[in-house]
Design a protein. Structure first.
Length: 386
């Protein structure tokens, strides 16, 4: 408890000194309007980026739900949780328990609307193929959020929805290569593309999600799924690099040794034997530390705000670097709350867009929900995987 108190005081002192900002919990609450009922929060409020306008990404909203529980703001957490329940029951096509990677921000309609834009050249409505798909990692985060609400409220609807997600996710278990789970599906109904690649990050999510499902239900069936995901994550460890590979190539079998930050941090937050992989902290520091924060990947642009907050949470449990990382986070706080997604105007991740493989995937210097949620998790020392 003493270490936890010292970190919380150091974090708050660093944030206050750097920016005189209110708590990230306060900023997170300010993302809601004064209406009641289910709601999805915009992932990039106020953005002018066409593909992101009005989009409420499932992962971002799940992270916000868990952060709100950590902030002791259960009423607002339930508003997002209830929107997730509604979306699962009122998709325009799917009725098998899955959720989309993103929906339209705001109160969900019946059926749930998806974000998109009018293409004047094609004279048609366009939706992003990633947003309409269903990644296994994103759905694992929704499962974590629903089970966190189940623990906090004892409302059986959240556990029932998590069970439906777990049943849908099981089909993507794949023994090839490193084992674990493949990526899910990409693109529009009725026949989206099946993703064969495997992600260390996504499998970490699934380990935590299936473990939580086993604890909630007492059904050991889910532990076998958790073990499959965990085996893949552990097999991704590379001794000479002292790091986790990002996953596999598109074939789902060939290891992809690219270095990405969240694939290093999340296993340490989710797995039971953090000490076994603690050497990765030196790898992160040598290869990803940038201007007091952490870059998204070995593409090594400026600090990635969300990842820096994730590192702050991890370091809080290891009792190190609290003030430095808190100041790096505070430097990315946007006016009126929220945090910029990246320090750079357009930060390259080292990956290409699934929707256009000729274009790099980037984070922008615009306010975003995910880094705000992780800043709140870091301040509250609330581990979303536990």
């Amino acid at each position: 408890m003493r270490h936890a108190l010292l970190f919380a005081l150091a974090f708050l002192a660093a944030v206050t000194t750097a920016s005189a900002a209110p708590s990230p919990c306060t900023d997170l609450a300010a993302q809601f309007d004064r209406s009641a009922g289910p709601v999805f929060l915009a992932s990039y409020p106020g953005t002018t980026v066409r593909e992101l306008q009005g989009a409420a990404f499932l992962y971002d909203n799940a992270a916000a739900t868990i952060a709100l529980i950590g902030c002791n703001d259960l009423a607002r957490a339930r508003r997002i949780g209830d929107a997730i329940l509604f979306a699962q029951d009122h998709d325009r096509f799917w009725h098998d328990g899955r959720l989309r990677n993103a929906t339209l921000a705001g109160p969900p309609g019946k059926p749930v609307k998806l974000a998109g834009w009018w293409d004047g050249k094609l004279n048609t409505w366009v939706e992003d193929r990633y947003q309409v798909g269903s990644d296994t990692g994103n759905l694992a985060w929704a499962m974590l959020a629903l089970l966190a609400l189940d623990r906090a409220t004892h409302d059986p609807r959240y556990r029932a929805a998590a069970l439906r997600l777990g049943a849908w996710l099981e089909q993507w278990r794949d023994p090839r290569g490193l084992g674990g789970f493949t990526g899910g599906v990409f693109g529009h109904e009725p026949k989206p593309d099946v993703l064969k690649w495997k992600s260390t990050e996504h499998n970490t999510d699934l380990v935590a999600g299936f473990r939580a499902l086993a604890r909630a239900t007492g059904d050991r069936r889910w532990l076998a799924d958790a073990a499959a995901g965990e085996a893949m994550v552990r097999a991704s460890w590379t001794a000479d690099c002292r790091c986790f590979a990002v996953g596999t190539g598109l074939d789902g079998a060939t290891p992809n040794r690219f270095l990405a930050l969240d694939a290093q941090i999340w296993p340490l937050l989710a797995l039971d034997d953090t000490a076994r992989y603690r050497a990765v902290l030196d790898t992160m520091r040598r290869r990803l530390l940038r201007k007091g924060g952490y870059a998204y990947s070995e593409a090594r642009n400026g600090p990635w705000t969300e990842g820096t907050a994730q590192a702050a949470l991890l370091m809080s449990f290891l009792h190190r670097d609290a003030g430095v990382l808190a100041r790096a986070l505070a430097a990315q706080r946007a006016p009126g709350g929220a945090y910029y997604a990246a320090a750079d105007m357009a930060q390259t991740t080292g990956f290409m867009l699934d929707t256009d493989p000729t274009q790099p995937r980037r984070y922008f210097h615009i306010p975003a929900l995910a880094p705000l949620s992780w800043a709140a998790l870091a301040e509250r020392r609330f581990n979303p995987f536990r």
